[in-house]
Every structure is written in structure tokens, then in C-alpha cells.
Design a protein around this ligand. Structure first.
Ligand code: SAM
Length: 164
């Protein structure tokens, strides 16, 4: 779904409070080949082009230890999105769904996440494959792949567990 500022049949917009984006600290910027939403993939692919995540200072020291992981979860701010559509029509066919049942970039707090393949770390720059954001998208956070992450403490009673 690519949109600029249109409302599609059946969609519902709401009045939104004044955004207070300053509560977030953008820790870097993401360099990708895409400057146009029409050309940008809807979800990243692990065989997609190498993209550059450039950390601002003083955050680059926080990359220490990340290289041991094969994948990194990237959180970014979809800064060119509208934020007021509570019901949306992804297929532009008149049928609508609630925003929280979609991975649309149009959402109250336009946070995007991708599990990206870690290619290399060069100083303050992380090279990855698997992103789907426009060139210049602000970076919110990086986290190691949760599947590969070994918790430091043994599981405690009451910890969330998957499976039997
Ligand atoms: N993978 C993320 C997720 O699932 O949270 C984002 C998925 S979202 C469907 C990806 C789309 O957001 C792209 O195809 C593009 O149309 C749009 N997009 C990418 N970067 C953006 C930006 N900086 N501001 C607004 N829209 C953006």
C-alpha cells in the first residue's frame, strides 16, 4: 500500500493530538536506494540491497558486541507518514481494517521494524540487507536478533515462555 495524502472509500480519519516526537531521540539515519514510496518495498527482503545505517555520535560505542549476531532488529521512524487513519483500505477496494491489524506505515506513532541481515559493521555504520524504508529515514534503535539472543540470567518462574 503506497499512499500520499488521499482518503480511500470507507477509510476513517480521526483528530489526532499534537505530536510530541521530540520525546524520541533519533540515534542515526538510514541510507537506502529508495527516495520514492512507489519504488520502496513493502517489506524488506534478506536478499535485498545493502543499506547503510549511520549512527550519530555519541551512540556508535553502543555497537560493541553486535557483530556476533547474524541479524539485527532495526526500529525506525516512518517520518513521511500521515498519522490519523484509524481504519484503512490497503487494497483501495472499499474494504477497510483497523490500523492495528495492519503493518501500514500510516499509524499514530509511525514506527517501522525489520529483522535485517547483518552484513558488516564499519566504524559507526552498520551494513544490512532487508530494509524497506526511504533514504534518510531516522533510526530509533537497534537490537540483536531475539532468536539468537542468549539471556544473561537463567529463566525465572513466571518468565514468558513459548511452547510446552
Ligand atoms: N517493515 C516495517 C514494518 O513492518 O513495521 C515497515 C513496513 S511499511 C509497509 C513499508 C512502507 O513504508 C514502504 O513501502 C514505504 O511505502 C513506506 N515508507 C518507508 N519509509 C518511509 C518513511 N520514512 N516515511 C513514510 N513512509 C515510509
Amino acid at each position: 500500500m503506497v499512499r500520499l495524502n488521499e482518503i480511500r472509500p470507507g477509510e476513517v480519519a480521526v483528530e489526532t493530538p499534537e505530536p510530541s516526537d521530540a520525546a524520541l531521540v533519533f540515534i542515526g539515519r538510514i541510507r537506502t536506494p529508495w527516495t520514492d514510496r512507489l519504488a520502496c518495498p513493502r517489506q524488506g527482503r534478506q536478499d535485498g540491497p545493502v543499506c547503510r545505517i549511520e549512527l550519530f555520535e555519541p551512540w556508535s560505542a553502543g555497537l560493541d558486541g553486535l557483530a556476533q549476531y547474524g541479524a539485527v532488529e532495526v526500529l525506525y521512524w516512518l517520518d513521511r507518514s500521515r498519522r490519523d487513519l484509524i481504519r484503512q483500505s490497503p487494497r483501495s477496494d472499499g474494504t477497510t481494517r483497523g490500523v492495528f491489524s495492519l503493518r501500514s506505515p500510516v499509524r499514530p506513532n509511525p514506527i517501522g521494524t525489520s529483522l535485517a541481515k547483518l552484513v558488516a559493521i564499519e566504524g559507526a555504520t552498520v551494513l544490512v540487507r532487508g530494509l524497506d524504508c526511504l533514504d534518510g529515514t531516522p533510526l530509533i534503535d537497534l537490537k540483536p536478533d531475539r532468536c539468537a539472543f542468549t539471556p544473561l540470567a537463567p529463566p525465572q518462574p513466571g518468565d514468558f515462555q513459548v511452547g510446552p
